[in-house]
Design a protein around this ligand. Structure first.
Ligand code: ADP
Ligand code: MG
Length: 393
């Protein structure tokens, strides 16, 4: 029997649109002889919709109209699988619209990729593709991720983190600390966004204030680090899990400006070609020596394992072209377009990548089923009720 696969995309995130592209690409590239694919669009209001049109990219030109023509559903756990219940419920007959065996999150950014949707799938008790809750959450928090990388002995740039409220109480103190610990130019980033949103370079004290004000508009936590000079960016994807993980080809993403912007990543190439991240201006393979390539590939695998990731992730590096120094910048636990274009040069097709990701989800479910989630304590049986002391476990 075919696996019923629910592909989830969208959600309340600044990367909503990019997620629609990744979601639809995933749907289009899944092997339909193996999977019965159910597209599930999460609106910006976090409502779930499915139906025939939901898997068609053309329909997203007018999302309001699309929603009107689609079926709103609520996923609920039931009899070992996840049922999709029509909402509002039907007055007569069953409201079960369909069901899914496995969830495939093709989401990017906060409120989705950051462990939120993974937690939702765990609560529904349904196997899901990709990293579990903790790696997903850590991968979205730039400081938490750095800390885990550093702990695993990986090269990362020192960063200073603060809360924007703390800054506005005494901006002078924070600026002083930053100037003591770091040097100009500095990079100021919101602590937990993606796609370069809210990021600015600061060349002097005035620029630092402006960059902090800008980042504060996007997140409460702000991160500042030294800007890498003679910058060359290199990305490498990793596929697997804690046991076996392998690295893809390396790419050099190209920017039109100092900072690789949202515009660079998705609009310039993405819109016209419809390729999502696959349309970004980039050089594959990255123009680096074989030795550097191998170093980066093995650092990428170590970074993937440091967070205990699963499925496919993309690890992004910063390199000083002149000194040759390399730092792990960040990991994307659900990379744009699932980084399919980094596997193709190694002979792996998009559909094969998706097959492997789904197999890994099934493997994790088998391993999970060997874990005990219940222990016999007898606490409730011996609880006589009405006690005001409560129980201390
Ligand atoms: N320390 C740094 N030095 C120089 N450029 C940086 C640095 N950190 C980030 N950048 C630039 O900003 C871009 C976005 O930063 P990144 O940390 O990758 O955040 P995001 O999660 O938004 O992608 C990078 O692709 C790079 O172009
Ligand atoms: Mg990045």
């Amino acid at each position: 029997m075919k696996i019923k696969l629910g592909v989830f995309f969208g959600g309340r995130s600044v990367e909503h649109e990019v997620s629609v592209i990744t979601g639809i690409q995933t749907i289009n590239n899944l092997d339909k002889s193996k999977y019965d694919v159910i597209p599930i669009y999460i609106s910006r209001e976090n409502s779930f919709y499915t139906g025939e049109r939901i898997g068609n990219i053309e329909e997203y030109r007018d999302i309001k109209a699309l929603i009107k023509k689609s079926v709103r559903i609520i996923p609920v756990s039931g009899s070992g699988r996840c049922e999709l219940i029509r909402y509002p419920l039907k007055r007569l007959g069953s409201s079960v619209y369909d069901y899914i065996d496995i969830a495939f999150p093709a989401v990017h950014g906060t409120n989705t990729e950051d462990g939120t949707i993974q937690g939702f799938f765990r609560t529904l008790d349904i196997p899901f593709v990709g990293s579990d809750i903790l790696p997903s959450a850590a991968g979205m928090d730039k400081y938490a991720m750095k800390t885990l990388f550093r702990d695993a002995g990986l090269p990362v740039l020192d960063a200073y983190r603060f809360n924007s409220k703390e800054y506005y109480k005494s901006p002078g103190n924070i600026v002083q600390t930053l100037e003591e610990k770091l040097r100009y130019p500095m990079i100021v980033k919101p602590g937990n966004l993606g796609s370069s949103v809210g990021i600015k370079i600061a060349r002097d004290r005035g620029g630092l204030g402006d960059a902090i004000d800008y980042a504060a508009g996007f997140a409460r936590t702000i991160l500042v680090e030294n800007a890498v000079e003679n910058l060359m960016e290199i990305n490498c994807a990793v596929l697997g899990d804690y046991e076996n993980a392998r690295a893809s080809e390396c790419e050099q993403p190209l920017s039109f400006d100092e900072i690789l912007s949202y515009e660079d990543k998705y609009v310039s190439g993405g819109k016209s070609t419809g390729k999502g991240m696959g349309g970004l201006r980039r050089i594959i393979p990255a123009p680096i020596d074989d030795g550097v390539r191998e170093d980066i590939r093995s650092l990428a695998i170590r970074a993937f394992k440091a967070l205990d990731c699963s499925g496919v992730a993309r690890v992004d590096f910063l390199m000083d072209k002149l000194s040759g120094e390399v730092w792990v910048n960040e990991i994307n636990t659900i990379p744009g377009s699932l980084a399919y274009y980094l596997w193709e040069p190694l002979g792996m097709k998009y559909s094969q990548l998706l097959d492997e990701m789904i197999s890994l989800a099934m493997k994790r479910q088998r391993e999970d089923s060997e874990i005990n989630y219940e222990i016999e304590t007898g606490i409730l049986a011996g609880f006589s009720g009405g006690g005001s002391k409560g129980v201390k476990l």
